[in-house]
Design a protein around this ligand. Sequence first.
Ligand SMILES: Cc1ncc(COP(=O)(O)O)c(C=O)c1O
Length: 426
Amino acid sequence: MNSFPRFKSSLSLKDDISFLTKILVCDFQNFSLKSQATKVLKEKFCREVFFVSSFRIGLDIVLKTLNLKKQSFIAVSPINIPDVVNAILINDQKPFFYDLDLNDHIIHEDELQKLKENNVNVLIITYLSGLKPKEEKLQRIHKFCKENNIILVEDITQGYGIEFGGFNFGSLGRFSIGSTSTTKFLCSTYGGIILCDESDKEVVNSLVQNLLINSPSRLIYFYKHFYFLLINLVTSGFLFKCLMFPLLKRSKNSKNQKPKLQHLFDKIDVFNDEFLAQPRKKFPKSFYFNLNNWAFSFMMKSLKNMNAVIDGRRIMAQKLISEIREDLLSDVPLSLKDFNSSYYHFPFRYQGKSQIELREILLRVNIDSVGYGLNYCPEEIIFKEYKRNLPNAKKIKFETIFLPISEKYNADDVTRIIKGINEAFK
Ligand SMILES: Cc1ncc(COP(=O)(O)O)c(C=O)c1O
């Protein structure tokens, strides 16, 4: 009987091993590919491009560029890594959590008026799961921000590959920031990009030059890449079926506990995101590093694969949508049915069941699944003074699970997954 993992790497094992070997032997102080990588991404996004060590440091630089009045409100998605909120607090600003739209997982339009009432200065919209929001909605948000002097920033991390008809993805915000950390469609293991227009180029450039003064650590890159190679290995067909899946099934009651191996790697991970958010006075100096040639080659490889990866996922998504029982799809985000989404995940909700209940139902038909690993920030103790009641966001965080989706599944796999899902909810 086949079983299906919660995640499948888009990289082949062969490529993974080859890049791991290169970490050991390449010159980690060589940055000569930066101008070539900049040129390629400038062409892709049609904007100025800067490389940073991570999304959180990209946001830190953008907030410093904006040089806002102290204690301004920055509106931010509640489903996020705590360090995004920490970046806001470190820069002497205040977070304003907004509620999300169940249909596309970005800001709910009813929240726009509240931004105005609360004197919000910056709105960060986060594209989650590669869901494509309606273009008219995004245009209305853009117009609202313009009319109300709110600076729009896009978090494009999970959205690489979304296609819009009327404008380029990543071009709506005054700044668009993306993480290129492990598993993203544009990936350099650690890393990030800032996109902006010519008018902001000089200030961003000088901040990047002055702040990113460290070199990346070979050891840290090695550990992170090795960990994901291991995941790639244990989620591949035979090993997953015979070893990992039985282990996962046995440990299904440990719910939110991380496996021991993950604890070990988290200790080594430079940007370790704790389950319980930790407050910060500032980001450690080690966070401010430049990407090197190894990271640029890895990123260019992922870019080369990106279209094939997304095309494969779109084909699978179409099949899931047309063959999963209609009643099971009544609570899924409408954006899943727009095949210009990029399907970073396939979010699924059903009859108000919790993520844990859904996980157990799917485990019975040999599907291992998870939901958003990002924190629900308004309920973190350290951010409690900014808490608001956000019913949709809570449903998205606590009642949503991801169905398997990967360009690596063949037609038989997809048929089995669909059959399993239809049977699981009988
Ligand atoms: C939507 C989103 N934003 C921000 C981040 C943080 O990225 P980084 O680890 O590069 O700071 C992540 C990480 O996965 C993410 O998924």
